[in-house]
Design a protein around this ligand. Structure first.
Ligand code: FAD
Length: 341
C-alpha cells in the first residue's frame, strides 16, 4: 500500500501534538492538518497552560497519571534545552492554598511535579485566610509560542496545514485513508457528541512582572499563574455556557479575588479579559471507530474532550492516539494485502 494519508482535524494543542506524535510513530505517513482556526485563535491561546491536572471522573487514575507523567517528562526536557524560550516552556514554583485542610493531602500527581511538600507555617503567613497549603514546582506552556513551535516542527517534517472547516468527517473519505478527530469543543457539532459540553472560562492577562510565584486556591477557581510576558488571573468555570464574550462584572470579580490572594496585583497594568470553552467530558474520547457507507470504510481516531487539563496531559494522549493510528495502518495494510491474494 502507498504511504497512508492521514488528516488531523483541529490545530489546538491536541491536534498539533497528535500530528507530531503520528509523524514520530509512523514516519511513512503523509500527515495533513485541517482546521478552521489556528493559534492565536484556539482554546489554548486563552489558557494559562499550567501543568496541574484536574481529574477525569470516568478514567482510571493510573491512566491519567501516566498521561500526565509522559507530558511532564517531555516538557521538562524541553525546558532544560536551548529550545525552551522559543517553545515557551518554563518551570514555575508556587503554592496551592486551602481555607480548610483537604481530605486528599496527596493528589495523584504529587510525585510527578517537583518538590511537592506541605507549606511551612512561615509560608502560610502570606495567606492569612488559609489554613493549609502545598508548595511545588511545575511547568507552564506559554501560548502562542508553544503552538507556533509545534507548527514549526510539523512543517519541518513536511506536514501540510490548511484552513478548512470540516462539516462531516465522511466528506474526507475520498482524500484521506485515516482521520484523526482533534476538534475540541467543535466535536459537539462535528460528530454530535452529546457527552461533550463546554465549561466556559474567563481569565485576565495582566502585566505585573514582580509576581514570580504561582498561587492557586485549592477550589481551583481563583489562581495567579505568572508566565513569560504576562500573568494569567482566573477564573470561572461555567458549565454549558457557550458565550465567548468577556463579562465586565466577572472581570472585576476575578481581579478582586486575585488581589485578595496577592495584594500587590492592585498595581497590575494592561488588563485584558479573555474567554475560552473547555471541551469537557467525563473522560477524554480516545478511541478508534470505523465509519462506513455503501461498503466503503473510513477509519477514525478520536482524541478530544480534555476539559481543564488539555496542556497537562496532551503529550500522553497524543502518543496514545498515534498508537491507535498505527493500529489503523496495520489493519489497512492487512486488508490491502488480502485483497491482492
Ligand atoms: P482547541 O484548542 O479548541 O482546538 C480545537 C481545534 O479544532 C481548533 O483549531 C478548531 O478550529 C478546530 N475545529 C473545531 N471544529 C472544527 C471543524 N468542524 N472543522 C475544522 N476544524 C475544527 N489546561 C491545562 O492543562 N492547564 C491550564 O492551566 C489550563 N487553563 C485553562 C484556562 C481556561 C480559561 C481555559 C478555557 C482552558 C484551560 N485549560 C487548561 C484547558 C485547555 O486549554 C484545553 O483542554 C485545551 O486547549 C483543549 O485543546 P484542543 O486542541 O482539544 O481544543
Amino acid at each position: 500500500m502507498a504511504a497512508p494519508k492521514v488528516a488531523v482535524v483541529g490545530a489546538g494543542v491536541i491536534g498539533l501534538s497528535t500530528a507530531l506524535c503520528i509523524v514520530e510513530t509512523c514516519p511513512s505517513c503523509s500527515v495533513t492538518i485541517l482546521s478552521d482556526q489556528f493559534s492565536p485563535n484556539t482554546t489554548g491561546d486563552v489558557a494559562a497552560g499550567m501543568l496541574i491536572p484536574h481529574t477525569y471522573p470516568d478514567t482510571p487514575i493510573h491512566v491519567q497519571k501516566q498521561w500526565f507523567k509522559e507530558t511532564f517528562t517531555y516538557l521538562f526536557a524541553i525546558s532544560n534545552s536551548a529550545e525552551a524560550s522559543e517553545a515557551g516552556i518554563h518551570l514555575v514554583s508556587g503554592w496551592q492554598v486551602f481555607k480548610s485542610t483537604p481530605k486528599e493531602k496527596l493528589p495523584f500527581w504529587s510525585d510527578v511535579v517537583l518538590g511537592f511538600r506541605p507549606m511551612s507555617e512561615a509560608e502560610l503567613q502570606k495567606f492569612p485566610q488559609h489554613q493549609f497549603g502545598q508548595a511545588f514546582t511545575t511547568l507552564k506552556c506559554e501560548c502562542p509560542p508553544y503552538l507556533l513551535w509545534l507548527e514549526k516542527r510539523l512543517k519541518a517534517t513536511g506536514v501540510q496545514m490548511y484552513t478548512r472547516k470540516v462539516a462531516d468527517l465522511w466528506d474526507l473519505h475520498s482524500e484521506y485513508d485515516i482521520i484523526v478527530n482533534c476538534a475540541g469543543i467543535g466535536a459537539h457539532q462535528l460528530v454530535g457528541d452529546k457527552k461533550l459540553f463546554p465549561v466556559r472560562g474567563q481569565v485576565l492577562k495582566v502585566h505585573a512582572p514582580w509576581v514570580k510565584n504561582f498561587i492557586r486556591d485549592g477550589d481551583g477557581l481563583t489562581y495567579i499563574y505568572p508566565g513569560i510576558h504576562s500573568i494569567t488571573l482566573g477564573g470561572t468555570r461555567e458549565k454549558e455556557s457557550w458565550s465567548l464574550s468577556p463579562d465586565p462584572g466577572t472581570t472585576k470579580d476575578i481581579f478582586d479575588r486575585c488581589c485578595s490572594l496577592e495584594p500587590s496585583l492592585q498595581k497590575a497594568q494592561d488588563i485584558k479579559a479573555k474567554v475560552g470553552l473547555r471541551p469537557s467530558r467525563h473522560c477524554v474520547r480516545l478511541q478508534r471507530e470505523v465509519l462506513s457507507q455503501g461498503g466503503v470504510k473510513l477509519p477514525v481516531v478520536h482524541n478530544y474532550g480534555h476539559g481543564a487539563s488539555g496542556f497537562s496531559v496532551h503529550r500522553g494522549t497524543a502518543r496514545e492516539a498515534a498508537r491507535l493510528v498505527a493500529e489503523c495502518i496495520a489493519a489497512l495494510q492487512g486488508s490491502s494485502s488480502r485483497a491482492k491474494l
